[in-house]
Design a protein around this ligand. Sequence first.
Ligand code: ADP
Ligand code: AMP
Length: 217
Amino acid sequence: MNIILLGPPGAGKGTQAKRLVERHGMRQLSTGDMLRAAVKAETPTGLRVKAVMEAGELVSDEIVSALISDELEGMGRQTGAIFDGYPRTAEQAHSLDAILRDHHRKLDHVIELEVDEEALVERITGRYTCAYCGQGYHDKFERPKVEGTCDKCGHHEFKRRPDDNEETVRTRLAEYRAKTAPILPIYEERGIVSRVDGMADIDEVTGATEAILGFGQ
Ligand code: ADP
Ligand code: AMP
């Protein structure tokens, strides 16, 4: 099964993708994570995209589509793919069609996480992750069970993204509205779009998503 999780920054795509990975053995393909890894490793791609990401703008379609294509290359055909944060433009949506065709995969579902924009700034500015395993947390909505200790791996160091500040969030939301939301009709025409209330509790969002994907019935 191949699915796209679509929604503005902070909608909960990464949170839900990680749960699907843990529970159903799917694989998360997050272009944001791949780009951050490239920035950290100071690869030529990383050096090219660093400033663009810090400004909250979109990096070029060629770069992200190449990352996705490379990632699928190394994946077994049985493993389901969760596209998280990709595609973000019409150009990327068309590239994804071609990439999936090349890999003999088909797109089964596009799940749109619907959220109130006012809630997103609070979600994003409160977001942090375990520096060791990447588990996601939130100052208010998803705290570790023992303060200062990661639930998943027990480590004590956490980090925040440099682009998770209010000013950059506004740019990222504007990019979403202008370039990403308009790609939904491409998938609506194919009858594969489902909507989930992303303002519900994290567990409820997972339940609704799993129901759409046919898990646990
Ligand atoms: P995205 O990947 O769409 O940018 P994340 O999954 O990283 O968003 O979620 C952003 C922040 O909001 C995280 O800190 C996460 O813990 C929190 N969060 C995610 N889903 C919910 C939810 N349904 N209710 C409240 N907080 C949430
Ligand atoms: P994310 O982790 O999805 O919030 O993405 C963080 C940043 O990485 C974005 O603000 C963009 O600068 C860049 N980025 C991630 N995915 C894409 C994409 N599919 N297209 C263009 N830029 C992207």
